[in-house]
Write a protein that binds this ligand. Sequence first.
Ligand code: ADP
Ligand code: MG
Length: 266
Amino acid sequence: MDMLKIAVYGKGGIGKSTFSSNLSAAFGRAGKKTIQVGCDPKHDSTFTLTGDLIPTVVEVLSAAKFKSDEIERDEIIFPGKYGVDCVEAGGPPAGAGCGGYVVGETVKLLEKFGVYNDYDVMVFDVLGDVVCGGFSAPLQHSEQVIIVATNDFDSIFAANRIATAIGIKQRSGGGTLAGIVANRASNAELVGPYAQRIGSVCLTCIPENDSVRKSRLTAQTVFEQDPSGELGRPWTALAARLLDGVPLVVPTPIPERELFKQLGAD
Ligand code: ADP
Ligand code: MG
């Protein structure tokens, strides 16, 4: 099987890390060797997979006085549950430096360690409020993108910007769109029509669920939180579909003023 490289983008706080870490867990449970790379300065992407906040690439780089040649693979890649390996890019101190630079350096280090050939599945979890500079680097290394949104204006506005970035990066070999996940959503009321309008689909709806929130607080994946597998069902089902292969499209984003007219007045 070719390596499945997925970049998860979406507005801050929308549920990207919750989605990504449970998806990686689902791939691991399906016997796939998986690596998750947290690319958000918040650096808690892999928290439920390792049960801890692992050292970040920027911390390790900083300790090595930014001599990336001196960094070893096991200083930045840590084993997590279900055989999922975990990396956190981290970020500069708030208000100083560029988070995008850190993501760019992380992607380069992973390239140096050859991880792009070592796994069945790679999941990048990336902040998507602004897809500039280094934050767009994972697009270049992914075959496909999943956007996490919900049925509101702000997250769909962010999704539209990500769709624009996908279109631009795709011209130089970047990944294309697998679809949008509606998180904290019992239906696809706004996400579904938006996805269709840009030529894509709503992949699944993940309802608001207090057990999902609690799993984050107890540093557990949804599969440990509910060993019956019921809570993790959306992730198990989506992982299987992604492994089978889903259609990928270059999205046609909506002009921002039109999006305001359609959704901005709710
Ligand atoms: P992001 O990575 O996009 O910043 P997180 O995954 O950290 O967002 O989620 C933000 C918060 O929302 C977390 O406390 C998480 O537990 C909670 N959360 C995410 N998805 C759900 C859900 N479907 N139901 C309940 N709480 C959720
Ligand atoms: Mg996150």
